[in-house]
Structure formats: structure tokens, C-alpha cells
Design a protein around this ligand. Sequence first.
Ligand code: 13P
Length: 265
Amino acid sequence: MNQHSRGIIVAGNWKMNQTNADTSSFLRTVNEHPLIPTLQSSPVTSLIFPSFLSLMTAQNEKGSSLEIGSQNTHWEDHGAFTGEVSTTALKEIGIHWSLTGHSERRQYFGETNQSVQNRTLHLLKNGFRVILCVGETQKERESGQTKTVLENQMNECISESMIPYLNGTLVIAYEPVWAIGTGLTASPRQAEEAHQLLRKNLWDRFGIEASGRTSILYGGSVKPENFEELLECPNIDGGLVGGASLSAHSFLSLLETAARVAEKD
Ligand code: 13P
């Protein structure tokens, strides 16, 4: 089996950064690069998650090799939910990817494992591909709770109703909170260990096929200098990248690494 039989996903999470003008200028630069048209026939999926206000611009200007997703999506089709966005509105502009459970949503906006489950299931039922984020804090790691925390997040965010989507439609991102935006990256060994644990959780609960088909991305200070060694780990199927996805130059460099690694397989 080649190492990246699940393909490689390079996803940029822009968080609360980049205006519409920044988005246009980023996409203009990215789309001019000769690598971009070759991605369509490669196992590399490249994705950007801009802020809500830039989604339409990104969707209109993305070209054919990039995909665009929402950073957050509600579990109802519509209603009195100020500040939220629905699958209905996203589908209307052609968006079919969303993040759920990002640690910043959990930390600052009261997201719980149950609300992550609600959002994820609704998205999956509406034909979206979802990147569901899990990860432990520094305090949890230092007190030896990493395994328990990750298992609880997996058990409480992924329900049996999601079994039909454990075919690559649902993607997991392991993002250790202590590595996000800190410049501290998990070592390939630490990341691989956590990814193995997540894959084993899927295996134990849903079987070998579900576990084998689900991509698990690593996130937390991924940059062009450390991406290749992370991608060499057997259970790391790509990256969810914050800071290093904001400049077209470094995003392209991450895509080049992914394309080179995929070619080596
Ligand atoms: P950084 O790459 O900036 O550490 O952010 C990671 C992240 O949170 C992606 O979702």
C-alpha cells in the first residue's frame, strides 16, 4: 500500500484574518503558479477556510484546483441564531466543506463536544465534507491526560449516525492546543503517536475500513520547513495550517511539498 493512499490534504485556516481584497490578491498569486493546474490530477487536495465575509470572493475567484470551506456552520437550516451561518446559505454559493470543533471555538465561544457533534452530523447529512478538530491543551498533556482527552473528544463528537460518512467524507484534524500559533510544533513522533491513537479509536468503534479510509490531518505551527517530516509519518494525511497559510508564497510552498511527497509514493 502506498503511504498516502488516502491522498494528502493541505488546508489553510485563515481564522479572523484577510479581507476581501487580501483574498483576491492571494488567489491571483496562487492561481498564476504552474503547480496549481497540475493539482487537479494529483492526490493533493488544497483548501482554504476564509472568514465568512470573504467566502463569496474566494468561491468566485478560486479557480478549479482549490476548494473553499466555512470555518463554522450551524446545525439548523435557518432560524434565530445570530452570528451563525447555515448549510443552506453555504450550498447556495457552492461551498461543501466546513471545519468543526476548532479549539478556538471551544476555548472562546463555548463550543462543546455535543455542539460539535450536532454541527458535524448536520453538515454530513447535507453533503458537506467536514474537518473535525480535536486536541489537548498543554496542561492536559503535562498532567498525562492526552489519551483520555482525545478519546473523549472522539467518542463524544463522532456518533454512530456518522458511520456512513467514515469513507473519507469526515476528516479529523489533530491540533494540540499548545502548538497552535505558538511556533511549537509537535515532533513527528508526538504527532504520529496521537494520530495512531485517533485511528485506533475509529478502528475499535467502527472497524478497520472506517479507520483506514478516514484522513487525519495535523495542525499546530505547520510551516514549509517542517511539513515534509510530518507528512512522512504513516498516519499523517495532511495539514491544517493557520499562520503559514496566510501568505500565497508559503501556502504554495506547502502545496509543493505535498505534491513532491505524493509523487514519491
Ligand atoms: P497555526 O498553524 O497558526 O499554529 O494554527 C493552526 C490552526 O489552528 C489551524 O486550524
